[in-house]
Design a protein around this ligand. Structure first.
Ligand SMILES: Nc1ncnc2c1ncn2[C@@H]1O[C@H](COP(=O)(O)OP(=O)(O)OP(=O)(O)O)[C@@H](O)[C@H]1O
Length: 370
């Protein structure tokens, strides 16, 4: 009785209105299988349902020991129980807004990215991530979206005057390299207010779409890449394009920021058997930073952005990797800036990639539910 008197149960409508609203938009892009892949006998194993239900079906063939099957008892006497057999398994996922192999980058932009532009233009922080296994189409997607962002910023549809500044950099392990300054290294530090500062990075003032795209092209040429089993030109680092949008009348107040993040591809254990010691270290660092990012996004998704101040106890391990330290504004519960994030999970539909695709789809699904 006492508990009820001091803490009466909330009315249903009241609790609904207080339900946390997610600040993350999740999308999944399934890329087409390439000619080379189909010539080498690879077939598609990941299918978005045609009924627009947002369900993706994944089919895989798995080798299992016969002793897992019902035949075990019968075969044991014949000493055949160690043999392997192939079984078909299918699973279904609901990984957010789904884009199929036929969907163009323009459609993805309109549906899940475009809203980040006016958001940042108005002084907030918008972040776009492309996430997925090596060779799943992250760089293809981010570069396409970068073009469309560059067009939107200068097509005259946004209200008011803004100064726009571009920085592009790469994070590899604990090091950071400026892609617009011949890969000069720079430091990532926190100032006395707890804001992350990229100390020594060069920022360019941008006045047109063409200027932005020319610099982005220059930066992309300097990006560190190496062949992986799945991708000849794999990006072995996280590449970040930071577009700062400053309102001239409000200088030197913090302006809006857009981050476009092309994450390095994760590699499955079976794909790294031929790596040198250095490449193994690099792969370990990439997988570690992706895992910290996952934990941070998962933690962030649970926080109601309107009530950040009440969520200071939430544990988000953003100091554990360089990538999440750069994106601290997204993950630090005491941060007051308003942030919106879009995650595009990229999928290579080949049956050879089903293990990694399942992980990516599960992760996207988890983000949608949190
Ligand atoms: N939607 C798409 N349409 C056509 N081709 C695509 C698409 N997505 C990716 N590709 C092609 O697939 C290959 C791998 O793509 P990409 O390099 O973008 O993968 P990634 O995920 O960035 O890989 P990594 O992590 O190894 O850098 C490239 O040849 C790219 O052109």
């Amino acid at each position: 009785m006492l508990v009820q008197r001091f803490k009466p149960p909330r009315q249903k409508t009241e609790s609904n209105s207080e339900a946390p609203t997610s600040n993350i938009t999740v999308a999944t892009r399934i890329r087409p299988i390439s000619n080379g892949e189909s010539l080498s006998g690879q077939v598609v194993a990941v299918f978005p349902r045609a009924d627009s239900s947002g369900v993706v079906d994944l089919h895989e063939l798995r080798r299992v020991a016969l002793f897992e099957s019902d035949f075990y008892v019968a075969l044991r006497k014949q000493h055949l129980f160690r043999e392997l057999t192939t079984i078909h398994q299918s699973s279904s996922f609901q990984p957010g807004r789904v884009f199929s192999a036929d969907d163009r980058t323009e459609k993805i932009y309109e549906d899940v990215v475009h809203s980040l532009i006016p958001w940042a233009w108005d002084g907030n922080v918008g972040t776009l991530f492309a996430y997925g296994q090596t060779g799943s189409g992250k760089t293809f997607t981010i570069r396409g979206l970068e073009h469309l962002v560059a067009k939107s910023l200068f097509d005259g549809t946004l209200e008011g005057e803004r100064n726009i500044y571009l920085a592009m950099f790469e994070l590899a392990g604990n090091s950071a390299y400026d892609l617009l300054n011949s890969r000069a290294s720079f430091s990532i530090l926190e100032d006395h207010l707890g804001t992350t500062q990229l100390v020594g990075i060069q920022e360019y003032s941008i006045r047109s779409t063409a200027e932005l795209l020319a610099l982005s092209q220059k930066a992309n040429e300097l990006r560190q890449s190496a062949p992986t089993i799945k991708n000849d030109g794999s990006s072995r680092s996280h590449a970040i394009c930071r577009i700062r949008i400053e309102e001239p009348s409000h200088e030197p107040a913090e302006g809006g920021i857009l981050y476009l993040v092309d994450l390095a591809g994760s590699e499955a254990a079976r794909d790294i058997f031929s790596h040198s010691t250095e490449r193994l270290k690099e792969t370990r660092e990439i997988n570690m930073s992706l895992s910290v990012l996952k934990d941070c996004i998962r933690g962030m998704a649970r926080i109601d952005m309107e009530k950040r101040k009440f969520s200071k106890k939430a544990y988000i391990p953003f100091r554990q990797s360089t990538l999440t330290r750069v994106l601290k504004h997204l993950f630090d519960p005491s941060e007051s800036r308003k942030c919106r994030t879009t995650v595009v999970a990229c999928i290579n539909p080949s049956f050879l990639d089903t293990g990694a695709s399942k992980n990516t789809l599960r992760y996207a699904e988890m983000l949608c539910k949190s």
